[in-house]
Design a protein around this ligand. Structure first.
Ligand code: TMP
Length: 214
């Protein structure tokens, strides 16, 4: 039986990295074999492209940024995600295509239409089965990013950029309500973790039961 692709999304500072282990642990407890990966990244080439995308000092024009994200994704999808799903594994991916619609489509104002064309060509129908979108106020996000290491190339963008990113994410969630579930990420860690577990139970319960039975 084919595995499932679960993706986690949200603007920086919403608490993605603290919640990933919660999701992974939940899936493993339910008997799933989990491959935990990330974008941009997840392959040797993808990690090299991530380095270029996030750590370079040079300007990267929006179209180049979009294509580099999809170059990393093409390698990741074909070499890691699709084979794992075919083996019945569950793939937990820290960001996926929705991030391109939010950051490049919204943040960089490239729009959704051309991204959809590239997505269809690169992924050939591969899509997340469930996407958890962590949503917090800008104040909460800023408070959390303040505690971090040095900011990367994208994290140094301003409020207007992140407002557009958030809007594009919410727009995706409104367009795909069956797949994208919004989680209120403003409360404390334990409260958000409980919301995440509750959503996973609702959305994945049947898939997990079927996977364990086979
Ligand atoms: P993160 O995984 O540590 O959150 O960092 C990845 C950064 O890359 C984050 O700022 C979002 C950005 N990004 C895009 O702009 N487009 C994409 O398609 C993906 C996957 C990530």
């Amino acid at each position: 039986m084919r595995g499932r692709l679960i993706t986690l999304e949200g603007v920086e500072g919403v608490g993605k990295s603290t919640l990933l282990p919660v999701i992974k642990e939940f899936l493993i407890e339910q008997g799933a074999e989990v491959v935990h990966t990330r974008e941009p990244g997840g392959t040797e080439l993808g990690e090299q492209l991530r380095d270029v995308l996030l750590n370079t000092d040079q300007e990267i024009v929006p179209k180049a940024e979009l294509l580099l994200m999809f170059a990393a994704r093409a390698q990741h999808a074909e070499k890691v995600i699709a084979p794992a799903l075919a083996e019945g594994k569950w793939v937990l991916c820290d960001r996926f295509t929705d991030a391109s619609f939010a950051y490049q489509g919204g943040g960089r104002e490239l729009g959704a239409e051309r991204i959809g064309i590239i997505e269809n060509w690169v992924l050939e129908g591969l899509n997340a089965d469930l996407t958890l979108l962590l949503d917090a106020t800008r104040e909460t996000s800023l408070e959390r990013t303040k505690k971090r290491r040095e900011l990367d190339r994208i994290e140094t963008e301003g409020d207007e950029f992140f407002a557009r990113v958030k809007l594009a994410y919410l727009d995706r969630a409104a367009t795909y309500p069956d797949r994208i579930k919004i989680i209120d990420a403003n409360p404390d860690f334990e409260t958000v973790a409980n919301s995440v577990r509750a959503q996973l139970t609702t959305s994945c319960g049947q898939w997990l039961d079927a996977a364990v039975e086979t």
